[in-house]
Structures are given as C-alpha cells and as structure tokens.
Design a protein around this ligand. Structure first.
Ligand code: FES
Length: 105
C-alpha cells in the first residue's frame, strides 16, 4: 500500500517554485510547473546530480541536471538528452484540502 505524505500548502509552492522533501531514505523534488505539480526523485540517474538545484523550464516541463546538463521530463521522469539515459522515479501528486500530497512506497 502506498503511503501518502504532506508536502505543503498549495499557496506555498507557486508556479516555478521547487521544494525538496525527504521520506525515509529518499529525497524527492516537488515542482510547480505552470500550475501543475510534479514530483520526481531528486537524484539524477547519470551520476546522482541534485535535480532540484537545476533549471526548471515551465514551458517544456523539464528540469536540467546541474551536474552535466541532462534534461528530464517532469511528467514521466524520462531523460530527453544525454548523458543520462535511465528514467528517474516519479511520484503521484494529489491536492487535497489545499494541501499538496505525495504517494510514496
Ligand atoms: S549527474 Fe546528471 S547529467 Fe550527470
């Protein structure tokens, strides 16, 4: 059974903003991309780059790894450019009672 964890109030994560959430041994980046919230593991599949520190492109819904520049699609976790070629994990996001929540397992 997935567990549901609270991230923050919707009003605390505006479009273009990013938040890092820790759950057990995972670090998860939560991104507001043009009003839609996505969550992906905060560890680049190439060499563990911290994705939350990268550049968010809200129009393309991508994050650029700050280490070697791979672009990841926030909707799917798939890399769009090398050197990364393995997807990163994504986590379902829910909005309930004006709170952003994640499903983790
Ligand atoms: S660590 Fe992310 S592209 Fe290399």
């Amino acid at each position: 059974m997935p567990q549901v964890i609270d991230v923050c109030a919707v009003s605390e994560l505006s479009p273009g903003e990013v938040r890092l959430v820790e759950w057990e041994d995972l670090e998860i980046g939560v991104f507001n991309c043009g009003g839609t919230v996505y969550a992906i593991e905060d560890r680049c599949s190439h060499d563990n780059g911290p994705l939350v520190e990268g550049e968010l492109d809200q129009a393309e819904c991508t994050i650029e790894c700050p280490r070697h520049g791979s672009l990841f699609d926030l909707r799917t976790g798939n890399p769009k450019t090398l050197p990364a070629y393995v997807p990163v994990d994504t986590f379902p996001v829910r909005i309930e009672r004006q709170t952003i929540k994640l499903e983790v397992d």
